[in-house]
Design a binder for this molecule. Sequence first.
Ligand SMILES: Cc1ncc(COP(=O)(O)O)c(C=O)c1O
Length: 423
Amino acid sequence: MSVGKDKPALFGGAPARTKPIPPMFPGGMEIGSEEKAAVMEVLDERTLFRYYGPTDFVSRVSRLEEEFAAHFRVRYALAVSSGTAALITALVALGIGPGDEVIVPAYTFIASVTAVLAARAIPVIVEVDESLTLDPSALEDKLTPYTKAIMPVHMRGAPCAMEQIMEIARRHDLKVIEDVAQATGGTYAGKRLGTIGHVGAFSLQLHKIITTGEGGMVVTDEQSFFYRARMYHDSAGFWRMEHPGELPIPGVNYRMSEIAGALGLVQLGRLEDLLARMRRLKARLKAGLEGLHFRRINDEAGDAAVCLVFYLPEADLAQQVAAALKAENVGASVLYDPDVPNWHVYINWKHILAQKTVTDEGCPYRCPLYQGEVKYAPDMCPQTLDLLSRAVHLDISPLLTDDDVDQIIEAINKVCRWYGLIP
Ligand SMILES: Cc1ncc(COP(=O)(O)O)c(C=O)c1O
């Protein structure tokens, strides 16, 4: 260990920053007078429900769907009550169900996986690569005669390798459901994430880039998928006039409320500004850091830029560097810490690995329609665990100032120099 000229705060030096970085709720922290007015309008009109109310009104949820579809250049958008609801609806829209396997990454929020189980299909968990998204080279080995779909998840703002994934899907006649919960507005090869596969599923939960507190969106260019999604998300059948004489598929209630719709319209208007701010801050941050091994981004121009990730040679070192950065008031963390039961890492999905099911007969795993034999084990994705355990992660809040970024640069350079990671 070479002792740099500046001592990290962890070892008694002065911290590079005196206050913590701003909270990472990009759209959430922007909530202000426009959101308040939009919500108050709904309350004043008492038009809280999309399909009817005490007066004639134009549904905000319908307007949000139209504006979302136009913004994302996709034919259909369906607003739903959460990102999980969006994923389940997307799977049902594609006809995925009992007997089917769906490829999911080993690094994603657990909802991607439980959505597959809720659709009564089997999640097959696959390694991520240095981009921390689905590894196309590991994916093909996991295909079986039962594989019906691939669910690439654009984790922490960064696009999956969509060209390779779509090529594999085409070759094996598989459907692709993009989970865009963490990357709303990001792109790959100039196309919006969520509009490259057959169906895209977004989350508008508080932590996401834009938010309605709870909420989600399903998008597709394919009319038949949209119709199935719309039927499924609304068992009350308010869509019925569009399908006269046709027997619907039985559905649920994943409808979005008008309050969420009103919030969503304002937040959608904030999306490009939020993305531009995070991208500019990330570019400034990266420009001040030399000699670090950054996470690979499959399409730099399409990165939603919600975070910066860099790899260290060993997990222990990553833990020490993250702790030292925290002491500098730079909120860093390691993406896989064996002591933290974080539900973004497959090894912590203990109930999934145990194939626990909601009813005792064990469906969908022990469903007679399922002819495969998926197996899970804590050590089944060593590449993912290795990468995540060496990955130091920092949020890039759009509220950071240039001075904040310069202090973060100073903190990272000081700590990395102290540990002999950079000259
Ligand atoms: C990758 C990913 N998929 C799905 C979801 C589920 O979204 P929601 O919380 O809106 O149900 C989330 C977020 O929570 C997520 O991060």
